[in-house]
Design a protein around this ligand. Structure first.
Ligand SMILES: C[S@@+](CC[C@H](N)C(=O)[O-])C[C@H]1O[C@@H](n2cnc3c(N)ncnc32)[C@H](O)[C@@H]1O
Length: 206
């Protein structure tokens, strides 16, 4: 996750004074980094413990430009054209596919012209493509090497993944379609590790 977060920050053009939103911010990995670069950040997470951890760390580091909101991403909103960057790392795969679509379209509305949406997450399907099968086989090999605990994880994760409870990743191509359907331009992506990638799109200025 750290590598993927680093790539997300590298692809996002964070400048001092920007208004940023971090969806599923957790303990503030991205939000705090952006605030240290001079951005005003709202971190959104469904877990009050995570938001508390982020704000505690902000206080420890003397960072005054991070706010936290305990709310499901699906219910979060801000006024139209009020932010410059919407970013998220390893959170949107928890959402139902229809909600992923809604969030991408909502982000388009929230962003000022020229604003950026950066989504970093697991990006894979359930085995329809050769890439999916390669990723799934790789993960199974790693877990199997861990013996009984590994086999238990395989069973647990396979159940969640196949039934799509909690873990609902979609492919890079599916994310790309969501970005394009919402009218983002200059959509680009980078595969960071086998299962995870970062996608960025820009709201047109014209
Ligand atoms: C794997 S953590 C990633 C945290 C952080 N983005 C990072 O890079 O370290 C996923 C986070 O998403 C949050 N989350 C999951 N589903 C959510 C939802 N529907 N609304 C808001 N937050 C959610 C979890 O509480 C958790 O903090």
């Amino acid at each position: 996750m750290a590598k993927v977060a680093a790539k997300a920050i590298e692809m996002a053009d964070v400048q001092p004074g920007m208004d940023c939103v971090d969806l599923g911010c957790g303990s503030g990995r991205l939000a705090l980094l952006m605030a240290k670069r001079g951005a005003d950040v709202v971190g959104v997470d469904v877990s009050d413990a995570m938001i508390e951890r982020m704000l505690l760390q902000a206080r420890r580091e003397g960072i005054g430009t991070v706010r936290g909101l305990v709310v499901p991403i699906e219910h979060f909103t801000v006024p139209a054209e009020s932010v410059d960057l919407v970013i998220t790392n390893y959170a949107l795969h928890h959402l139902l596919d229809a909600d992923k679509d809604k969030v991408v379209r909502a982000a388009f509305e929230w962003l000022r012209p020229g604003g950026q949406l950066v989504v970093a997450d697991m990006m894979l399907g359930r085995g329809a493509t050769a890439r999916d099968r390669q990723i799934i086989a790789g993960k199974l090999r790693i877990m199997a090497k861990k013996g009984i605990p590994g086999y238990w994880r395989i069973l647990k994760n396979a159940g969640r993944f196949l039934v799509r409870v909690h873990e609902r990743p979609i492919t890079l191509e599916a994310w790309s379609r969501l970005f394009e359907a919402a009218a983002f331009e200059n959509v680009e992506s980078s595969v960071v590790v086998a299962e995870a990638a970062v996608m960025k799109g820009i709201k047109p200025t014209g």
